[in-house]
Design a protein around this ligand. Structure first.
Ligand SMILES: [Fe+2]
Length: 242
């Protein structure tokens, strides 16, 4: 099976800046992108799996989708603020690629903001019309997002690894993490673990996250994740995490 993060014909990467690899940004970004790919692949089906009039489920699913949207927007804002300006300053040849990626972030944001009122309406009314409008809206997000998530990894990240330091990268991640509520974060960790292969799961759990989050996950996060997954996907086995 080909890796999802593979270049397609005609696509080109940022010319590699000279010097050694300074950070492991590529690996970390792939892990977040795997979660986002999964989330937006499921999103339209999650909406359509909610029966018209089932306001309880619409409210629940809509809240989870709103959390996905927030993770996505915070993630790309972090890149716009802390990653792309440094990349273009230190590797000027990356500018056209960076501009394209930032433009894709904008397209994704516009789509998410466009469907947010539809999502809120559907959460309250669970009506057929908003359900279809929302499901279609998430399909559109997915089509732009899946291209962006792949191309950012294949075209831009190898250059980022050579110009951003590990400390700068960690600060960017911390800045994103601070914008989410703690209870949400431990469930989110379950989703990230579940959507990554076993070796990445171990790296996330034992190398990337602070000991306190690890403890929170063991105490409550894993259970919350399993409960959430079972509620979102009734009858499906809950995937392995750690
Ligand atoms: Fe991005």
């Amino acid at each position: 099976m080909t890796d999802f993060f593979t270049m397609e014909p005609g696509e080109t990467a940022v010319p590699l800046p000279p010097g050694p690899v300074l950070s492991s940004g590529s690996a970390g970004i792939r892990r977040v992108h795997r979660f986002l790919l999964w989330a937006y692949d499921e999103a339209p089906r999650l909406v359509r799996s909610t029966a018209p009039g089932d306001t309880g489920r619409a409210a629940y699913v809509g809240e989870v989708l709103g959390n996905f949207d927030r993770v996505l927007l915070v993630h790309q804002d972090g890149q716009d603020l802390f990653m792309y300006p440094r990349l273009t300053a230190r590797a000027p040849a990356s500018t056209p690629h960076a501009e394209q990626m930032i433009d894709q972030h904008g397209q994704i944001r516009t789509r998410i903001e466009g469907i947010t009122p539809v999502r809120r309406r559907w959460m309250q009314a669970a009506d057929t019309q908003s359900r279809e409008e929302l499901a279609r809206g998430y399909e559109e997000v997915q089509s732009v997002l899946s291209v962006h998530l792949r191309r950012e990894v294949t075209e831009v990240m190898p250059a980022v690894d050579r110009v951003l330091t590990e400390a700068e990268l960690k600060a960017m991640v911390q800045q994103s993490v601070r914008q989410h509520d703690k209870k949400f974060l431990v469930t989110y960790l379950g989703m990230v673990l579940a959507t990554n292969p076993p070796d990445d799961r171990k790296a996330i759990f034992f190398e990337e996250i602070p000991a306190l989050v690890r403890l929170g996950y063991r105490l409550i996060g894993r259970r919350m994740f399993r409960r959430q997954y079972a509620k979102l996907f009734p009858g499906r086995p809950v995937p392995e995490t750690l």
